[in-house]
Design a protein around this ligand. Structure first.
Ligand SMILES: Nc1ncnc2c1ncn2[C@@H]1O[C@H](COP(=O)(O)OP(=O)(O)OP(=O)(O)O)[C@@H](O)[C@H]1O
Ligand SMILES: [Mg+2]
Length: 353
């Protein structure tokens, strides 16, 4: 059965449609460097902790990196930055490889189709998206998958907009990036990325308030919503300011990009996904900013995966929408390769949404 893989700056997520319903396997895209000795290695092996070794050091990977960072009071590091493999971390590629292997597992059959999300070309920086995309694609191919890449924004369209014939605007606001794709019948008209997301908001608020970034991230994820009038100088107020700045910037870039094309005379629904859209009141705030932007296309409305509970791994959580979109693209591809056998799977997946 086909799979979808979302390789993100903060999370690596695999979507799989094993016995009918979609399930997700997730790891944090992070590592923690530790000194290696026989006892530590024995302990890690016994508890099936993901790690890589290099000389006298080992790197604990994924979710476990966070557990160990609390115990040993050490800083987490990340193999990706601003949506792509980090040029600052020499061991990024072997680390991402091991995490991808863990969430994907081996293919269940020869040439199993896999779609991997990759960032679109950035509008505002010189990031090397091509190198990142080719590397991630090669890692998945090495595992034996028949691998294809898909723009992250288009995967949101696949995940959320089947009832609009895959015509609309898919926006993913993650940790390192924001990705946007305007698609007409599943074909991109405009696709771009912006090297800003949740990390950028956290960094800006940290500088503005003088509070550690980790603390800002935690407040943002657990104790922040749009709407209330916050006291001047508090973290929540600063979060609202930078969220607003990011959204305004994204919508301005969308307007600019659309004005360079001749979009068809159709109605476009907007779908928003990615962890940064989980904030309470986000959709209303986004709706307001969208209505203030004069886009050269007709917008029919906004669709957003509703975030229910952090522990549910719910298919409707916007954090999982990208992996889900990749899975739907993979099922569609698999059906086109073996039309009779699998066409029903795709229809079923869309119907279950
Ligand atoms: N409840 C929440 N409220 C606000 N932000 C949240 C919440 N939960 C997670 N986030 C933020 O979502 C971001 C992670 O989202 P996501 O997993 O979609 O990113 P990613 O795919 O790993 O990154 P990218 O696509 O940019 O490479 C982080 O910035 C995180 O702080
Ligand atoms: Mg992402």
């Amino acid at each position: 059965m086909a799979k979808g893989l979302d390789v993100g700056t903060m999370n690596i997520i695999c979507a799989d449609k094993g016995d009918g319903s979609i399930s997700f396997a997730q790891q944090r895209n992070a590592f923690l460097e530790m000194e290696s000795n026989d006892l530590t290695k024995h302990m890690l092996d016994n508890s099936k902790v993901l790690y890589t070794q290099r000389g006298n050091n080992l790197n604990v990977l994924g979710e476990d990196a966070f557990k160990f960072s609390n115990v040993f009071n050490k800083h987490i590091r990340r193999p990706m930055k601003q949506g792509i493999i980090s040029p600052d971390e020499k061991e990024s590629i072997p680390i991402i490889k091991v995490i991808i292997e863990r969430v994907l597992g081996a293919p269940e059959k020869k040439d199993e189709v896999l779609y991997v999300s990759v960032p679109a070309n950035p509008v505002d920086s010189q990031l090397n998206v091509l190198y990142h995309s080719k590397t991630v694609e090669a890692l998945a191919k090495k595992l034996g998958y028949n691998t294809f890449t898909i723009d992250e924004g288009l995967s949101v369209v696949y995940s959320e907009l089947s009832d609009s014939n895959f015509t609309g605007v898919g926006i993913s606001i993650g940790a390192g990036m924001t990705n946007v794709t305007v698609a007409y019948m599943a074909t991109p008209i405009v696709s771009f990325s912006i090297a800003r997301g949740g990390d950028w908001i956290d960094d800006q608020v940290s500088v503005a308030t003088g509070m550690a970034k980790e603390r800002i991230t935690s407040i943002k994820e657990t104790d922040f919503s749009f709407g209330p009038e916050y006291e001047l100088g508090c973290v929540q107020g600063a979060l609202a300011v930078y969220y607003d700045a990011l959204l305004t910037y994204v919508l301005q870039q969308l307007k600019r990009k659309l004005s360079e094309t001749a979009p068809p005379d159709a109605e476009f629904q907007v779908a928003i996904a990615g962890g940064s859209t989980r904030a309470r009141g986000f959709i209303e705030m986004f709706e307001k900013r969208l209505s203030e932007t004069e886009l050269p296309i007709k917008i029919s409305g906004i669709k957003k995966s509703r975030y229910v509970t952090p522990a549910s791994k719910d298919s409707r959580d916007p954090l999982y929408a990208i992996a889900r979109g990749c899975l739907i693209a993979a099922l569609t591809k698999e059906a086109s390769l073996a039309p009779e056998a699998q066409a029903s799977d795709v229809t079923e997946t869309n119907a279950k949404k």
